[in-house]
Design a protein around this ligand. Structure first.
Ligand SMILES: *[C@@H]1O[C@H](CO)[C@@H](O)[C@H](O)[C@H]1NC(C)=O
Ligand SMILES: *[C@@H]1O[C@H](CO)[C@@H](O)[C@H](O)[C@H]1NC(C)=O
Length: 513
């Protein structure tokens, strides 16, 4: 009895299990619903297509990769995925983030002989051959290569208005899978020649999990197409070239098939010519204007140089704020640096000119003072001696007679003065001979001076004269400041032209790395 009960129970369990399996199977197939054809409401062709898909997917497992057999090659092997790209736009090339944005249609084609429906196990009636492609609905899952973009940083599918993709089955079992993508792709950029540079950016894709034993990528023909206005989205670059290539890599888990699109982007230089090179050259020129301005007008010359210097520094900051902080010197840095140096030296030149000018001015003032002192050197040495002796001998004029102490003092002074005058007379003879100063005026002594006043004045005058003669002995040259300015007017433009010549011949030559 017990035995029968358990037997029935096991049978019941078995039946239940069967039901579960059955329901699971039906769930799996739920994306393909067999529908009845209604002559009045249904398009026969469309209905037939979907019924064909249903028939094809009946025993289809999307987890199993296709055998690799094709109508042209009956040997099993890796699935050959033929790819092509239709680039819709390339935009937002960012040097700072070293990336760019590409929007393209990515098409992959491969054979899956499970989905061949020309002579499919006698399931299909001959009229299926009337159509070449069947569209697979979005919810019907098929095996799809697990392609990923190796240098992708971020990206998305386009879902408006419906998901921008299609999957078609050709009657010979070829699947065509097309999807629109927008990707932010990393691109390592060499900025040493910026902004005369060109950049090579890649779109790399490979299978994520399958090695070359399972998936191999091949380029379709034509491999890459580009929309006519793809360049329009890229104001600072021109797409110069698009090349297909391969980047199959060997890792410790196997060899992975990989394909690459090499995009050559040429930077549009005219922008930099108008926005940087011409204005900065003009700024350097403005700094030179200072050489034509009188060196005495500090208020005109210093601000000119400083404003241009600050403008140049600000420009360089503005440029570098859009660039990554690379360790090497970019060609734009060399240009901006040279402009800053030129303007800086204009400022330094003014400092030198001003200093020289002031020196010259002082010298001229001293020289004028020398001349004046010579002209107004009314008391001649001989006359002075005479007057001292006279005064000592006989107290004349208004002055009171000298006391013995005063006489002694005066004598001391006289001796001292005569000694000093003798010395400086020798020096002055040479000086005057060289410079050709004015003739020494003698006998211009005014009447009515007291001897007291006379001796003191004479003494102070002689002391000053000694000093002045020493100052005057420094060789004076007139207009050094002006001369430096004149030289700078020639030297600076020539140096700038030479720098330009070297700079442009170096950077406009494409072959120089
Ligand atoms: C067929 O495929 C196999 C494996 O992929 C390959 O070795 C062979 O060369 C192919 N034959 C032809 C005729 O393409
Ligand atoms: C680029 O694509 C063409 C056409 O499919 C192909 O013949 C060629 O081998 C490809 N070039 C590279 C480097 O893969």
């Amino acid at each position: 009895m017990m035995f029968y009960i358990t037997q029935i129970f096991t049978i019941l369990l078995y039946l239940q299990n069967l039901q579960i399996v059955e329901s699971a199977k039906s769930k799996k197939k739920s994306n393909c619903k067999r529908t009845a054809f209604s002559r009045h409401t249904t398009n026969y062709q469309a209905w037939r297509e979907q019924m064909t898909v249903c028939a094809l997917l009946q025993d289809y497992d999307p987890a199993v990769r296709p055998s690799g057999r094709t109508p042209y090659n009956d040997t099993k092997g890796a699935v050959i995925v033929t790819t092509s790209l239709d680039i819709r736009s390339i935009s937002a090339v960012s040097e700072k983030n070293m990336e760019f944005v590409a929007q393209f249609r990515f098409r992959q084609e491969w054979f899956d002989d499970r989905l061949r429906f020309i002579e499919h196990q006698g399931l299909l009636s001959p009229d299926y051959r009337n159509f070449e492609f069947i569209h697979v609905a979005r919810d019907q899952t098929l095996w799809i290569p697990d392609t990923f973009f190796q240098n992708e940083r971020n990206g998305w599918y386009h879902m408006l208005d419906q998901e921008n993709r299609f999957l078609k089955i050709r009657s010979d079992g070829k699947l065509i899978y097309d999807r629109r993508l927008t990707l932010h792709l990393a691109c390592s950029m060499q900025l040493a020649r910026y902004p005369m540079d060109h950049q090579m950016c890649d779109i790399q894709f490979a299978s994520y999990a399958y090695t070359t034993r399972d998936i191999e990528y091949m380029w379709d023909f034509p491999p890459i197409t580009m929309a006519k206005n793809a360049n329009g989205a890229l104001p600072n670059f021109a797409i110069a070239d698009l090349k297909n290539g391969s980047c199959t890599s060997v890792t410790n888990t196997g060899t992975y098939s990989c394909l690459v699109v090499k995009i050559r982007l040429n930077r549009v230089f005219s922008f930099f010519l108008l926005q940087l090179y011409i204005p900065s050259s003009m700024l350097v020129g403005v700094a030179w204007v200072s050489y034509w301005i009188d060196w005495k007008s500090t208020a005109a010359r210093v601000p000119l140089a400083i404003v241009t210097l600050l403008t140049m520094i600000t420009t360089s900051h503005a440029i570098n704020s859009n660039l990554p902080p690379v360790s090497y010197a970019k060609s734009i840095d060399i240009w901006v640096g040279a402009c800053v140096v030129f303007i800086f030296f204009s400022l330094i030149e003014y400092a030198v000119v001003n200093y020289m000018g002031i020196l010259d001015e002082h010298k001229q003032m001293r020289k004028a003072a020398c001349n004046r002192s010579r002209l107004s050197n009314v008391i001649d040495t001989d006359h002075y001696m005479q007057s001292v002796e006279q005064a000592m001998a006989s107290p004349t004029s208004i002055g009171a007679p000298f006391s013995p102490q005063e006489k002694k003092r005066l004598l001391r002074r006289k001796n001292k003065t005569s000694f000093m005058l003798k010395e400086e007379d020798d020096a002055e003879h040479i000086e005057l001979g060289d410079i050709g100063g004015p003739p020494r005026a003698a006998g211009m002594v005014e009447e009515g001076w007291t001897f007291h006043d006379a001796t003191d004045l004479v003494y102070i005058g002689q002391r000053k004269r000694v000093e002045l003669v020493r100052w005057c002995s420094v060789l004076s040259s007139r207009g050094r400041a002006e001369r430096i300015d004149i030289i700078a007017r020639i030297i600076f433009p020539i140096a700038f032209i030479m720098f330009n010549f070297a700079y442009w011949s170096l950077y406009l030559d494409e072959d120089v790395p």
